[in-house]
Design a protein around this ligand. Structure first.
Ligand SMILES: [Zn+2]
Length: 361
């Protein structure tokens, strides 16, 4: 028997199996992708146009930016408009204002408002960092996310199977002086938003208290489907995140606006970060937090969206050496297997948020 052709054939099939198991950077346009954390606060189509070019679909999220129910309703209207005109590109998550928290009718009015949103197609409800970091009740007490009144809403949402997306607390950098922060984007953000830079506000709850309140809320609501926005505010340590994912089986996280921290951890402990993505492949949802308020020049917005999406794709599918303005120094991509990349970019979003169910009909 001539073994050489046989060995060549074997080698060939091993090689093709290997390449079939991984995406390349050029597969970016081909792969089905969902960005589960964006904010389109305008009726214009600049955002969705770029998403279509890059084969992305979108979860547009309403957020209670402490401006009262009118602003929540305005964002909601943008969501509904975009979803109605682009049903195959957009899903949306609603939110609720806590401005009138102390009114006796607040709870019922909030449930009515959320019920309307769920009836109109909202796939989730977002809670924001104003809970825990900004809002105080009429007695001057900070309202934390494990508050009994919020618990009524969470239990009600759990009973309806509606997920909660929680941006609670901030990156740990927020409690450090600017020069000790690990990522450049945090340095810029907290320099520009000193009101949220907790290092300057030692009177407000600590990072640990924010995380503990969130953990208690999840402990009290084991049936609630919870997506921790921004890596669940545990962006600085895959070990700490792993502990929560082990403890709370109904918790997953989005990666929105925390790629810098993942790059930073990868720079220091690449094998650990890669092992984390493999072990928790069913619990991680790709997202960016990119936004369009209608004011930015279209070409500039679309260019930055494209660059961000492409940078992250390269990080997950290749092991190329990379640099990013988010951190100092270089790092390598994780080169995750295709099956995991597909979960990260769309499978997990469909599973956790029941997005785009029509695709499966
Ligand atoms: Zn956001």
């Amino acid at each position: 028997m001539n073994t050489i052709p046989f060995l060549l054939m074997l080698l060939n099939s091993i090689l093709s199996l290997q390449t079939a198991g991984y995406y390349t950077v050029d597969d970016f346009y081909r792969a089905d992708k969902i960005d589960v954390h964006i904010h389109v606060e305008t009726n214009r189509d600049a955002f969705v146009e770029q998403a279509r070019k890059d084969n992305f679909r979108l979860l547009n999220i309403v957020v209670d930016l402490s401006k009262g129910p009118e602003w929540v309703e305005e964002q909601y209207d943008y969501c509904l408009d975009q979803k109605t005109r682009h049903p195959h590109d957009f899903e949306f998550a609603t939110s609720f204002s806590i401005k009138h928290w102390d009114d006796p009718e607040w709870l019922q009015q909030t449930r009515d408002w959320l019920n309307k949103g769920i009836g109109e197609g909202a796939v989730a409800v977002k809670v924001w960092k104003n809970i825990g970091m900004v809002f105080r009740d009429k007695n001057g007490n900070q309202v934390m996310v494990d508050d009994p009144k919020l618990d009524i809403i969470f239990k009600w949402l759990a009973s309806k199977g509606v997920p909660v997306i929680g941006h609670l607390g901030e990156p740990k950098n927020c409690w450090l002086p600017i020069e000790e922060m690990t990522t450049n984007n945090d340095k810029v953000y907290f320099e520009e938003h000193p009101q949220y830079h907790m290092y300057n506000h030692p009177d407000l709850p600590s990072y640990e208290e924010q995380i503990a309140a969130r953990d208690r809320m999840l402990e009290n609501n084991p049936d609630l489907i919870f997506i921790g926005a921004h890596v669940g505010s545990l962006e600085w340590s895959v070990d700490e995140l792993a502990k929560r994912l082990d403890r709370f089986p109904n918790m997953s996280v989005d990666l929105a606006a925390r790629m810098g921290q993942l790059f930073y951890q990868t720079q220091h402990e690449p094998d650990k970060v890669r092992a984390f993505f493999i072990k928790y492949q069913d619990r991680l949802l790709y997202a960016t937090d990119m936004a369009d308020s209608g004011s930015r020049e279209v070409a500039e917005l679309q260019n930055s969206m494209h660059k961000t999406w492409l940078r992250d794709w390269k990080f997950f599918v290749s092991d190329d050496a990379m640099t990013s303005d988010l951190i100092s120094g270089d790092f390598r991509g994780l080169k995750l297997p295709k099956i995991i990349v597909d979960k990260l970019y769309s499978g997990n979003a469909r599973k956790w948020l029941k997005m785009f169910p029509e695709d499966h009909k």
